[in-house]
Design a protein around this ligand. Structure first.
Ligand code: UDP
Ligand code: MG
Length: 326
């Protein structure tokens, strides 16, 4: 019974022309060996290279559908767009750059079905990324674990499996600042994780420069907790207390050593002042991060807009409406 449930693969694609042929070859090999119904949904996230043309060629196959977004909305929004049209009962996401080997998919599905899990996360074994890409994501893993309270070891790996109801709850959220693995563990009741291998990017380079990375990590933190704002409040209270103590010490020193000492102490005061001013700017920045996100949410712009779906012979009219609405 289980083994006949359909599997949907959802893959975000952004300027991956050099990887697509190999990706699809390996996926088709793996999936057809599983001998059960499957579909592949490739979401073109506003690529500027020939990715979309290559994808449109793939859409000739009956198992493949290609979603064209109107511009670049980001990896997580692209996945959500793919989610909005899935037909399978089990949904698997993976990257298009072959860092997540498609050959691991059967193991992911087996883990899900044998254990009756709603979400199967993954831990990247022997991660093949640059030092500067790994350090921030290690930090994020720790923070995310603290914040969500879910004991996930590795949040960043996108090779994951979700059951259909979890996916449906995720698309019903209409959040802009979103982080799919965190959202899924939020909605999934039975969550597990397995180890999968990780490979070098096949072609091209990572689409996450430091700026985008910080933004994504903040999405993860800010959309699941107000801990950063609170920390600043606690920090502010501690700082203020420290300031009062320091003022007291300075006053005593002034009385004990006279005005000469106090005049030289002016520089100490400057140092203290700068520290406080810096802290205030930092606090404003963090608050700004939240306000920016609130602003984006209240504008209620669609989190993605689908331009066209290729290979959708089953006439997904209602489906497309769902994709564009917010
Ligand atoms: N991606 C996307 N939109 C973006 C950035 C990335 O759809 O704006 C896709 C990209 O094509 C790939 C996946 O998301 O399939 C992961 O991106 P990348 O490999 O650049 O990230 P990294 O492996 O460095 O985390
Ligand atoms: Mg990658």
């Amino acid at each position: 019974m289980h083994s006949q449930q359909m599997i949907s693969l959802v893959i975000p694609v952004y300027n991956e022309e050099r990887n697509l042929a190999m990706l699809m070859e390996r996926i088709m090999l793996t999936m057809s060996a599983m001998k059960r119904p499957f579909e592949v949904i490739l979401v073109d996230d506003g690529s500027g290279d020939s990715s979309l043309d290559i994808l449109r060629g793939f859409a000739e196959s009956p198992e493949i559908r290609v979603v064209e977004l109107t511009r670049n909305y980001g990896q997580h929004a692209a996945i959500l767009a793919g989610f909005s049209i899935v037909r399978g009962e089990i949904v698997v996401t993976l990257d298009a750059d072959l860092q997540n080997p498609p050959e691991e998919i059967p193991r992911l599905i087996a883990a899900m079905e044998e254990g009756g899990f709603d979400v199967v996360g993954t831990i990247r074994k022997g991660r093949k990324d640059s030092f500067f890409r790994i350090i921030p994501s290690k930090i994020v893993n720790v923070v995310a674990r603290k914040i969500t309270g879910v004991r996930m070891t590795d949040w960043g790996c996108m090779l994951r499996a979700y059951r259909r109801p979890v996916v449906e709850r995720m698309i019903a959220c209409h959040e802009h600042a979103t982080f799919i693995p965190a959202l899924a563990t939020h909605f999934g009741k039975r969550v597990t994780e397995i180890e999968v291998s990780h490979e070098e990017r096949h072609g091209g380079k990572s689409h996450y420069p430091l700026r985008k990375l910080i933004n994504l990590q903040f999405d993860l933190v800010a959309s699941f907790s107000d801990l950063p704002i609170r920390l600043i409040m606690y920090g502010g209270i501690a700082m203020a207390a420290l300031g009062v103590c320091l003022g007291f010490v300075l006053a005593v020193a002034r009385l004990a050593y006279g005005a000469l000492w106090a005049a030289q102490g002016v520089f100490t005061l400057f140092a203290v002042l700068f520290a406080f001013v810096g802290l205030q700017f930092f606090a404003l920045g963090v608050i700004g991060e939240y306000i920016g996100r609130i602003y984006r949410e209240v504008r209620k712009r669609p989190e993605y807009v689908i331009e066209h779906i290729y290979g959708d012979d089953a006439g997904g009219g209602d489906v497309r409406l769902k994709g564009e609405g917010s």
